[in-house]
Design a protein around this ligand. Structure first.
Ligand code: ATP
Ligand code: GLY
Length: 505
């Protein structure tokens, strides 16, 4: 992360109440962050949008909530015990341990994740790379498992476990029970929003590389024979995806390709291509992020996670991290996980669909919530001529509205409290602010990205209307109090002010 920009973002996040380093009063440990009141609200809103959007893709998709401490057997079955490793390198002088691929990518141009240990050693020697802390020589590259181990219980009953490094395993180990409870239908989707833990060697870039973070993951269990089709493919076949295939890396070119072209030209099955489309629509249409800030990056060979057959990352353009940065992944995990759990547990993961027996395959949509929050935060921040504004997509703005009595007398505070109660009852997140000039109050909500301001004035007492001011355009309309919930709802869903009332000149 470019240091200045990262420091600036953290400074703003702290001052306004979005996030800061955890346990800071006792000396923070790198890679842990706490969300403050605005950050927690933003995160909750993003999670709710994710939940509503992805669970409504199919009637047979459900959310579950699982334990994140799991016995060692789970990770022997999933392959994490053996393969969930990062390359590390130690400084011979100050003994600091670095992530070896980062030592290289910090100094050389190119992409080095997933390259072999031999290649890393070769590059480090060839370019005479040294420890960035003390300038000392570096030892040979080794590997380290990234899971946090735990001893669970005591005495004879003690078992070794791990903090789960992904939410996904919780869905796999519960698949068979859910399949039965949900009357044996495929595809079956199990979503989990929960914590993941990784002992990252070099946590950095604020919420991008943490040691404890939140994932929102949807595991879709399906019959592998149906991978070449998706019942809703027709609805997305002409939809254009922003694709950055591995072969385009040198030219650094993103291709706009329809879903049908992705199938025909890249040999991607329709079931997978359909999910690329719905994920992109989530970012560009549902949240309304700018198209040019989004792309799909193909991972190939050693770059792919060890369990994936197809693996494209969702990247957003974040200058603070140096450009396009992974925030989510679309993974075709085959029967890798269910097959592993079947083998290690001795319990069958097979289903019997009208006489056909098979272990279902998994299509995974995996999102790092914190990375998405950092992206929203960075993309939202704008320094305009006369104000600082955070242009969050309206529906994930930390609060829906600020409510202001124009003056602190004449019954306006009471009327405003009244409206506040009604809006809260209708499910909106609003807050009351009566201090300072109205201009200052507007600036305060602009700075933290609250979607709109609602002002109650003397006219309200006469005709029961209020002023609604849009954070982004600063335009205002007059709205009847009784119509506020409907107007707010349309506004948060993206309708322009001019469609919601008469814009005040
Ligand atoms: P990276 O290559 O950056 O280490 P990854 O490819 O290991 O990430 P995945 O294992 O695919 O990431 O994890 C799924 C998602 O979880 C990622 O797309 C990312 O959004 C999030 N994620 C992974 N590691 C971290 C982390 N250390 N801190 C915050 N979010 C993370
Ligand atoms: N569940 C996918 C991942 O964490 O990479």
């Amino acid at each position: 992360m470019t240091r200045d920009r990262s420091d600036k973002l953290l400074d703003i996040a702290k001052r306004r109440g979005f996030f800061w380093q955890a346990s800071a009063i006792h000396g923070a440990i790198a890679g842990f962050y706490d969300y403050a009141h605005l950050g927690a609200a933003l995160k909750r809103k993003w999670e709710n949008e994710w939940r509503n959007y992805f669970l409504s893709l199919d009637d047979n998709y459900y959310e579950i909530a699982v334990s994140q401490i799991m016995p060692e057997e789970v990770f022997r079955a999933s392959g994490h015990l053996e393969s969930f490793t990062d390359p590390i390198i130690q400084c011979k002088q100050c003994k600091t341990i670095h992530r070896a691929d980062h030592v290289i990518s910090d100094k050389l141009d190119g992409h080095f994740e997933g390259i072999s240990l031999e290649k890393m050693n070769e590059l480090i020697k060839k370019h005479k790379l040294v420890c960035d802390k003390c300038g000392g020589d570096l030892a040979e590259v080794g590997i380290l498992n990234m899971m946090f181990p735990l001893e669970i219980g005591t005495g004879k009953l003690r078992r070794t476990g791990y903090l789960s490094p992904e939410t996904a395993q919780g869905a796999y180990i519960n698949f068979k029970y859910e399949f039965e409870a949900l009357r044996r239908k495929l595809p079956l989707g199990l979503a989990i929003i929960g914590k993941a833990f990784r002992n990252e060697i070099s946590p950095r870039n604020l919420l991008i590389r943490m040691r404890e973070f939140t994932q929102a993951e949807l595991q879709i269990f399906f019959d592998p024979d149906t991978i070449t089709e998706h019942p809703d493919f027709e609805s997305v076949k002409d939809y254009k995806l922003r694709m950055f295939p591995a072969k385009n890396r040198e030219a650094n070119r993103i291709d706009d390709m329809t879903c049908q072209e992705v199938v025909d030209r890249l040999g991607i099955p329709r079931f997978y291509a359909y999910h690329l489309a719905v994920i992109q629509k989530f970012y560009l249409e549902h949240l309304g992020l700018p198209r040019e800030k989004f792309r799909y990056k193909e991972l190939h060979g050693d770059e792919k996670a060890f369990y994936n057959k197809y693996h494209w990352d969702i990247e957003l353009y974040l200058p603070s991290v140096g450009g396009f940065t992974e925030v989510a992944g679309c993974h075709y995990r085959t029967d890798h996980d269910l097959g592993g759990h079947q083998k290690v547990s001795g319990q069958s993961m097979e289903v019997n669909m009208e006489g056909k027996k098979f272990v279902p395959h998994v299509q995974e949509l995996s999102f790092g919530v914190d990375r998405n929050i950092l992206a929203l935060f960075e993309l939202a921040l704008e320094q305009e001529k006369e104000r600082v504004v955070m242009r969050f997509p309206r529906k994930v703005s930390p609060f829906d509205a600020g409510l202001f009595p124009l003056v602190n007398k004449d019954g306006l505070p009471e009327r405003t409290r009244n409206i506040q109660a009604a809006l809260k009852k209708a499910g909106f997140q609003v807050f009351y602010d009566a201090s300072g000039s109205i201009g200052r109050r507007y600036r305060r909500i602009d700075e933290v990205g609250i979607a709109c301001g609602i002002t109650v004035d003397h006219q309200t007492l006469e005709d029961d209307t209020v002023t609604l001011r849009d954070r982004d355009s600063m335009k205002q309309i007059r709205v009847k109090v009784e119509e506020l919930p409907k107007v707010m709802d349309d506004f948060l869903n993206g309708k322009g002010l001019e469609h919601l009332g008469v814009v005040i000149k």
